[in-house]
Design a protein around this ligand. Structure first.
Ligand code: NAD
Ligand code: TYD
Length: 352
């Protein structure tokens, strides 16, 4: 098998850790470099199972620092970049947009510049793969789906910063010929998601009999995809997509928030040995998110048709697996909630 050195940014985060694990385990001839700043969302305890593997290397670094990025490009002959590092939470983007501009726009551009500079027109075998979101397309009414041709209409600081980064990736592809692909995915769920996002936050609160905050009336719709199915799509796209292309990835699995939380409550009641209906009492309607997008839904027929990808899990199975994981990994969740996970890098790697 071909040898390659792949830089995965944001590999200590939720989706990134599943992508890193998949590549380290499936491609023993690749060197996988996990390049991550370890913000509050970066957790190396997501990857303890692969820590000692010879084809895996963690480097603490900031994509928005030209010095950090140039250092890794000059020390390693990187031939592929899978770029997941980002500020990713819409609510945080409403309270602190600048962090999103810095990492998502400036950071992506610094990475693009490094790839352009170090690859220096020698594009053979090189690929810059940018991971993005369906939120760049804006908000749908009751009907319709986002396709790869849907015009961009981002409406939160998070989605606007991701849309900007997508445009910059396309501009580098068009202007300089940098081989680049983009995928735009719907909401992910599964193990290792930071408990600020709807599903892990709700699991944590239900378990601890705390209120489950539902924004507005819970009528907003999201299309949910199991994180390992996203990682499988990323693997396929990285290996098969033609430079200059874009793929939408989605679960074909739309849920109103309130219906999803009711289903989650039923599963939790069963798993925790509570009477059915007990956890639902924790549902608490709270003030709506500012500018809350009503509905996202992805048409993923292009990736299904061209690359043969489809989601492998039904939502019932995926959600049950997710609940089981959070209940079995109480220590992971407690470490995140207490902040102890932030000390792990120092303890294991001796760095700050
Ligand atoms: P996450 O917030 O769980 O993880 C982000 C990771 O990036 C963390 O490990 C963090 O430490 C790292 N990071 C942040 N700023 C950095 C910087 N300046 N330099 C280096 N590393 C930095 O995010 P996630 O949910 O895993 O999302 C990963 C990617 O997928 C993002 O680009 C996001 O926009 C995209 N995406 C996410 C979803 C979703 O549902 N979570 C859906 C579609 C697309
Ligand atoms: P989230 O997980 O933050 O993802 P995104 O905003 O990127 O879609 O939120 C998913 C949906 O759940 C979204 O409609 C907002 C809503 N939500 C709540 O109702 N309560 C919460 O506490 C959170 C975090 C989200």
């Amino acid at each position: 098998m071909e040898r390659r050195t792949i830089l995965i940014t944001g590999g200590a985060g939720f989706i990134g850790s599943h992508v890193v694990r998949r590549f380290v385990n499936n491609y023993p001839n690749y060197l996988i470099i996990n390049f991550d700043k370890l913000t509050y969302a970066g957790n190396l305890q997501n990857l303890t199972d692969i820590e000692g593997k010879s084809n895996y290397k963690f480097i603490k670094g900031d994509i928005a620092s030209e010095a950090d990025v140039d250092k890794v490009f000059s020390e390693y002959a990187i031939d592929g970049v899978i770029h997941l590092a980002a500020e990713s939470h819409v609510d945080r983007s409403i309270t602190d947009p600048m962090a999103f501009i810095r990492t998502n726009i400036l950071g992506t551009t610094i990475l693009l510049n490094a790839a352009r500079k170090f690859w220096n027109g020698n594009w053979e075998g090189k690929l810059f793969y940018h991971i993005s979101t369906d939120e760049v397309y804006g908000s749908l009414g009751a009907e319709g789906f986002f396709t790869e041709e849907t015009p961009y209409d981002p409406r939160s600081p998070y989605s606007a910063s991701k849309a900007s980064s997508d445009h910059l990736v396309r501009a580098y592809n068009h202007t300089y010929g940098l081989p680049a692909v983009i995928s735009n995915c719907s909401n992910n769920y599964g193990p290792n998601q930071f408990p600020e996002k709807l599903i892990p936050l709700s699991i944590h609160n239900i378990k601890n009999s705390k209120p489950i905050p539902i924004y507005g009336k819970g009528e907003n719709v999201r299309d949910w995809l199991y994180v390992e199915d996203h990682a499988a799509a990323i693997d396929l796209i990285f290996h098969k997509a033609k430079p200059g292309t874009t793929y939408n990835i989605g679960g074909n699995n739309e849920w109103k928030n309130i219906d999803l939380i009711r289903l989650l409550c039923q599963i939790m009641d069963r798993k925790l040995g509570r009477a059915q209906g007990e956890s639902e009492k924790l549902i608490t309607f709270v003030k709506d998110r500012a500018g809350h997008d009503l509905r996202y839904a992805i048409d993923s027929s292009k990736i299904q048709r061209e690359l043969g990808w489809k989601p492998s899990l039904t939502f019932d199975v995926g959600l049950e697996k997710t609940v089981e994981w959070y209940l079995a990994n109480e220590q992971w969740l407690n470490n995140v909630v207490s902040g102890d996970y932030l000390k792990y890098y120092e303890q294991q790697y001796g760095g700050r």
